[in-house]
Design a protein around this ligand. Structure first.
Ligand code: 3PG
Length: 214
């Protein structure tokens, strides 16, 4: 997939089996971490808006690592969406869904993976034109059983289960027909960031990028 054209949320979900959920506290970590994930075969990078440094980290990655696609996670408001786009985010992920966040993403041309955990939330996102959804918090909200149950009424919807996903349980999720990819923080452990262990992040990314999909 060419990265210099506008992306859809489906493109973001199809690119690799895992979208890393990244929490950065230090801008100096952003670029070497992004390069390590890229070297391991992961180029869609969700940097969560959970730290004061998140926007600066996105900006640094967008500028220095153009072969990666930086996205913004934890979008909770229209203002978050605008700040993320300003910082160079090319896709967005939200822990839940509101029409205001959906509208802000449409206005900004930002592909969004909205978070859903119930059938009503799936229907609300579909009504607003979003059909590539983050299932969050996946393992806490029903995991594989829930995704199998959704294959009936929501057969046309693709999910990215996130929350409690690990290298151990990712394969059973990825085997499901309605799972396009999974999300998880295990690719970028805090201690690897703190010690600058980019090799470990690359190894985790390589293993994740090679997980089979159903
Ligand atoms: C998220 O923010 O999407 C999740 O908290 C990531 O969950 P994990 O840490 O269990 O992978």
């Amino acid at each position: 997939m060419a990265l210099n054209t506008p992306l859809t949320a489906q493109d973001v979900m199809r690119d690799a089996p895992v979208i890393p959920v990244i929490v950065l506290h230090d801008v100096a970590h952003a670029v070497p971490m992004a390069r390590a994930l890229l070297a391991g075969g992961i180029r869609m990078l969700e940097v969560t808006l959970r730290t004061p440094q998140a926007l600066a980290c996105m900006e640094a990655i967008a500028k220095a690592v153009p072969e990666a696609v930086v996205g913004a996670g934890t979008l909770r408001s229209a203002a978050d969406v605008r700040a993320a786009v300003q910082a160079g985010a090319r896709f967005g992920v939200s822990p839940g869904y509101t029409p205001k966040v959906g509208q802000a993403c449409r206005d900004a041309g930002l592909p969004l993976l909205p978070g859903v955990a119930t059938g009503s939330e799936v229907m609300m996102a579909l009504e607003d034109g979003f059909d590539a959804l983050k299932f969050f918090p996946a393992m806490q909200a029903g995991g594989t059983g829930m995704l199998k149950a959704w294959q009936g009424p929501f057969a046309d919807v693709k999910f990215c289960p996130t929350g409690g996903v690990s290298a151990a349980n990712a394969p059973e999720l990825l085997a499901l027909a309605n799972v396009a990819c999974v999300g998880g923080s295990w690719l970028v452990p805090n201690d690897a960031l703190a010690s600058g262990d980019w090799g470990r992040i690359e190894t985790l990314a390589r293993a994740a990028s090679q997980l089979p999909r159903g």
